[in-house]
Design a protein around this ligand. Structure first.
Ligand code: COA
Length: 364
């Protein structure tokens, strides 16, 4: 007799964490060196401030700080080993190797599978899909997924169209193997891309294309460039279409969505998105005013901060949707789980590492 089919395994969210570097840069501070104003930035983007790292602090540092909090949240006793670390980032510590193995080592998780996901502002949603697939296939049981960025390292300080928009941050979640019907189970997904839009959001230099072009690198090649107006409308269109597709797959009506967690690109994009798909704006979670667009960190940071603010309740239905360079887009849904740990606000100073905490305890 054939063996009964193995039960479906879902990725279930069981912990969150986030980290913001301490240096807060207000719009007025940017206006001191750029031809811009607090009024223009607030009106056109909804951004009032962002955080930037200081020299010497890298993406892996922010990722490890957020990851440590997510791990402690998911498992305060430190018993349940994470077997896979995924880092979604546009700003890896180095072009080679990936940043995830470095993050794993910083967290005392050497030996775990570790790799990066590169999908710019959609990176966290692509990372969720990747983690979900690994867990469903039985290739992973417990995954730390971090979205982490140091855009300050690729912004052209003289470009007012990009410098005012992006910020540095990290957000993390822990996913464990579980039941598709339990709160916290992630999915289904809708993912897509359009490589014809490669030039709309790009860093031209530093890759094989530029190195093999035979032309010397221009100074501006190392900076992030964006065609803001075209990106604006593509972001609204793709996030709205992808949101509808994933709601359809999940069998959820739009009025059943308690929280829309869109990629924090621009408050006008988030408002248009909510209006287009028919989610009341007050159900849209936004933190862009204080952190700006933090790319792959944006959704997990918004989730962790909304949780700390007491906005997310067990059983609430969340729609997550993102759009970014590539072009890429993606959406998923989940029902908010019952997370045991107390909600905490995002720190701006790194926590002690797990090994540090243990050695401190042992010397008490
Ligand atoms: N301060 C003052 N003026 C600025 C400015 C700034 N920081 N940035 C641009 N301007 C100027 C432009 O030069 C232009 O001037 P002009 O009319 O004399 O040519 C004017 O403001 C309008 O520019 P425009 O690009 O049409 O503004 P916009 O309303 O489209 O807003 C963005 C620009 C970048 C904020 C907006 O297009 C946007 O948010 N795009 C999406 C960006 C994004 O989220 N990307 C990531 C997606 S993952």
């Amino acid at each position: 007799m054939a063996a009964p089919p193995a039960p479906a395994r879902a990725a279930v969210l069981c912990g969150t964490g986030s980290f913001l570097p301490a240096r807060r840069v207000s719009n007025d501070m940017l206006s001191a060196t750029l031809d811009t104003s607090d009024e223009w930035i607030r009106t056109r983007t909804g951004i009032g401030a962002r955080h930037f790292t200081d020299p010497g602090t890298t993406t892996s540092d922010l990722a490890a700080a957020a990851g440590a909090r997510a791990l402690a949240d998911a498992d305060p006793s430190g018993v349940d080993a994470v077997d896979t670390v995924v880092v979604a980032t546009t700003t890896p510590d180095r072009p080679c190797p990936g940043t995830a193995p470095v993050v794993a080592a910083k967290l005392g998780l050497s030996g775990a599978a570790a790799f990066d996901v590169s999908a710019v502002c959609t990176g966290f949603v692509y990372g969720l899909a990747t983690a979900t697939g690994l867990i469903a296939a039985g290739a992973a049981r417990r995954v730390l997924l971090v979205g982490a960025e140091t855009y300050s390292s690729i912004l052209d300080p003289a470009d007012r169209t990009t410098s005012v928009i992006f910020g540095d941050a990290a957000g993390a979640v822990v996913l464990r193997a579980g039941d598709p019907d339990e709160p916290g189970a992630v999915g289904p997904f809708d993912l897509g891309s359009d490589g014809d839009g490669v030039d709309l959001i790009t860093v031209r230099g530093g890759g094989a294309e530029q190195r093999l072009s035979g032309r010397p690198a221009e100074p501006g090649d190392r900076y992030f460039a964006m065609a803001g107006k075209q990106v604006f409308w593509q972001a609204v269109r793709h996030m709205a279409k992808s949101s509808r597709a994933v709601l359809d797959s999940a069998g959820w009506r739009v009025d059943e969505v308690d929280h829309l967690v869109g990629h924090q690109a621009n408050i006008r994009i988030l408002n248009r998105l909510a209006d287009d798909i028919g989610v009341p704006r007050e159900r849209s979670i936004t933190n862009i005013a204080e952190v700006g667009n933090t790319s792959a960190a944006s959704i997990p940071l918004a989730l962790d901060q909304a949780r700390a603010a007491g906005r997310l309740h067990t059983g609430d239905r969340l729609l997550l949707t993102a759009f970014g360079g590539g072009l890429t887009w993606g959406s998923t849904v989940l029902t908010w789980p019952n997370l045991a740990g107390p909600a905490q606000s995002t720190p701006t100073a790194p926590p002690l590492s797990r090994s540090q905490s243990r050695s401190e305890e042992s010397t008490r």
